[in-house]
Design a protein around this ligand. Structure first.
Ligand code: SF4
Length: 363
């Protein structure tokens, strides 16, 4: 919930919101365009820098909206490697955002460009049994400006534009659909962050009704499904969301998506030893996915402290991959270092918790 006592952020408004704000004050729509240009193109940090706005308007904006960026509490990694930003939110909560450099191949986006992996919630309520984010439960949804703010701050810190974006950080993005959709509008718009819609991917654990709702949106965003099991039996065991939206229901929603969007769907599948990595699961997965224009990314599980699951042997990983490939499925196995941070939604939580411990100890 937004804190009513807090000055609203200027980065939570779309151009239409700015136009409405301007028109309510008897101003022309052109003022709204000027404001968004100062915010997103020129990236000014004070209202006084908006020199083509009358002083009275600047004063009104100053008292009504904040231009504050998300403060970076910690930054690890370098520009050539994966970088992790830890941001502090206005209520002291922390979120992590990961910048994946262009030279690291990443299947969630184009491999030749920088990819930013953003969070959509603090914690997560969906309790996937292998996921670090689910461990601490759900705290709150991120506001629109906190989602846009991760991208803005990462660009300003690194001095580089983000051209690919994946909602694979902490949280289930489709459980925060209205804010995520509004943030995507700002991130995509030419007057905003100008990131191509086809270079943005939302990753979901399978919220079928929300997939159908997002399918109705005109934005051509890409969809990734954190599947991690090819039968209800396996999925029920590791992803409680499956009890609400079993595989048949999920795939019915994906048909709606395909019908509306006419684009490839990506399935993320974390291979967990003895849980979902059997030849039977591989064959079932192939049968499920074959009729669709889809791609499967296999990700060997990365051990999370406090959780019981293990990574399968490389031989077992390869066997799973080959079963899919023999069935004609486009599939990859991401074994290289660095991909653990973007394996699925919510895989960042442990690092955040660790960092919180460090900060508290330091403070
Ligand atoms: S995998 Fe995604 S939906 Fe599941 S608990 Fe983690 S963050 Fe939530």
């Amino acid at each position: 919930m937004a804190d009513p006592a807090r000055t609203p952020s200027a980065f939570g408004l779309t151009l239409d919101d700015w136009i409405e704000w301007a028109v309510e004050r008897g101003l022309t729509k052109f003022r709204a365009k000027q404001i968004t240009e100062w915010l997103y193109i020129r990236r000014v940090k004070s209202w006084d820098e908006m020199t083509n706005l009358p002083q009275g308007l600047r004063d009104e904006l100053k008292s009504a909206f904040s231009l504050a960026r998300l403060p970076v509490v910690r930054l690890t990694g370098s520009q050539d490697t994966t970088q992790k930003f830890l941001f502090r939110l206005h209520d002291g909560r922390l979120v992590e955002t990961v910048r994946i450099p262009a030279n690291v191949h990443f299947d969630g986006g184009q491999s030749d460009r920088i990819t930013l992996c953003v969070s959509s919630q603090v914690g997560c309520a969906y309790d996937c049994k292998f996921c670090a984010s689910g461990l601490a439960g759900f705290t709150r949804n991120l506001e629109v400006e906190e989602i846009v703010g991760q991208v803005l701050a990462a660009e300003e810190e690194s001095g580089e534009s983000v051209r690919n974006l994946v909602f694979m950080g902490m949280g289930e993005p489709l459980a925060n659909l209205s804010r995520v959709t509004k943030a995507i509008t700002i991130l995509n718009a030419p007057w905003g962050m100008n990131i191509g819609a086809r270079h943005m991917t939302v990753s979901t654990s399978g919220l079928a009704p929300q997939i159908e709702k997002l399918a109705e949106s005109p934005i051509q965003i890409r969809l990734a499904i954190s599947l991690h099991g090819a039968s209800d039996e396996v999925r029920d065991r590791i992803m409680p969301v499956n009890k609400k939206y079993p595989i048949d229901r999920l795939f019915a929603a994906l048909e709606v998506w395909r019908e509306q969007k006419k684009q490839k769907i990506t399935f993320e599948y974390i291979l967990i030893d003895g849980v979902n990595d059997s030849p039977e699961q591989a064959s079932l997965l192939a049968r499920r996915v074959r009729p669709m224009d889809a791609k499967v990314n296999l990700i060997p599980y990365n051990t999370v402290e406090g959780l019981e699951w293990k990574r399968p042997s490389e031989a077992r990983q390869d066997a799973f991959l080959h079963t899919l490939q023999r069935a004609g499925i486009t599939a990859t196995l991401r074994r290289e270092k660095g991909h653990d941070i973007a394996a699925a939604c919510g895989q960042l939580r442990l690092q955040v918790e660790t960092a919180e411990g460090v900060i508290q100890a330091a403070g």
